[in-house]
Design a protein around this ligand. Structure first.
Ligand SMILES: NC(=O)c1ccc[n+]([C@@H]2O[C@H](COP(=O)([O-])OP(=O)(O)OC[C@H]3O[C@@H](n4cnc5c(N)ncnc54)[C@H](O)[C@@H]3O)[C@@H](O)[C@H]2O)c1
Length: 255
């Protein structure tokens, strides 16, 4: 669909599950070279297909992020497109949220996304190349959601990072945007329905029914709903867009 993506080196964090895994598959199908990094993968940068690489990475570990990006630059090439889908969440009302819940959400979702984007941006600037930074924020980066204060704060932070890096990197021809997914069927969402339902006195099935009732398009999202927008943002069609948070929510969030 997007021939220009065939020449791109694409780095996807959180690539082993859910939205990140969907993004890996979508870019591979376009002919891109894709490196999937995830906490759950094996140590060391390994080639696992003609254009597919995998590596273990904790995105909240600054030294590890730099080490993995150095290895990719030397072995695969400079990353042209980065997608930060690694993420975590904890469920708990604000009055019950602990400092460690706060740290976990902010460390992975905000700091981890920033460290990865910073590392890619530095290397693009050093090599005098243009590129695309695409964060996975959330509609929780734009609204408040009960029982998710630390997560909501971390996703608002991602949109702040998006806007700031967009302004700073625009003169270098590097665009920076975020996707704000709504309710997407992934392992994280299934766990959240169980844990979030428990603190609200609801079953996971009741939360799932409530989820569907809130989406104007009448269904929750698939990982393909998100990966299609990721492809668009990485493509030449999106070259005049930067600093945006694009809702992929079936109409649930409209601002
Ligand atoms: N599912 C949704 O409804 C939804 C909605 C909005 C935003 N998001 C965001 O999309 C992203 C992907 O979520 P998902 O639903 O696919 O979840 P998921 O749990 O299926 O996948 C997340 C992946 O991130 C990895 N990960 C977690 N911590 C990591 C770390 N420190 N370093 C590297 N990898 C790490 C996990 O191992 C996992 O493979 C997250 O940032 C999430 O906040 C999800």
């Amino acid at each position: 669909m997007f021939d220009e993506l065939r020449s791109r080196v694409v780095f996807v964090t959180g690539g082993a599950s859910g939205i990140g895994a969907g993004i890996v598959d979508a870019f591979l199908a376009e002919g891109a070279t894709v490196i999937s990094a995830d906490l759950s993968l094996d140590e060391g940068l390994k080639q696992s297909g003609e254009r597919r690489w995998t590596v273990r990475l904790d995105v909240s570990n600054e030294t590890a992020v730099e080490g993995v990006l150095d290895a990719i630059t030397q072995t695969v090439g400079t990353v042209d497109v980065v997608l930060t889908a690694a993420g975590t969440s904890t469920m708990g009302f604000s009055t019950e949220t602990t400092g460690s819940d706060w740290d976990r959400n902010l460390d992975v979702n905000a700091k981890g996304s920033f460290l990865v984007a910073r590392g890619v941006a530095r290397r693009l600037v050093e090599a005098d190349l243009t590129g695309r930074i695409i964060f996975i924020s959330s509609q929780a980066g734009k609204n408040g959601y009960r029982g998710m204060t630390a997560y909501v704060a971390s996703k608002h932070a991602v949109l702040g990072i998006t806007k700031t890096m967009a302004v700073e990197l625009a003169p270098r021809g590097i665009t920076v945007n975020a996707i704000c997914p709504g309710i997407i069927e992934t392992p994280m969402k299934h766990r959240e329905r169980i844990e979030g339902g428990a603190i609200r006195g609801m079953t996971a099935d009741e939360v799932a029914a409530e989820d569907r009732s809130q989406v104007p398009l009448g269904r929750t999202g698939t990982t393909q709903d998100v990966s299609g927008v990721a492809l668009f943002l990485a493509s030449d069609l999106a070259s005049y867009m930067t600093g945006q948070g694009l809702n992929v929510t079936g109409g649930m969030t409209m601002h």
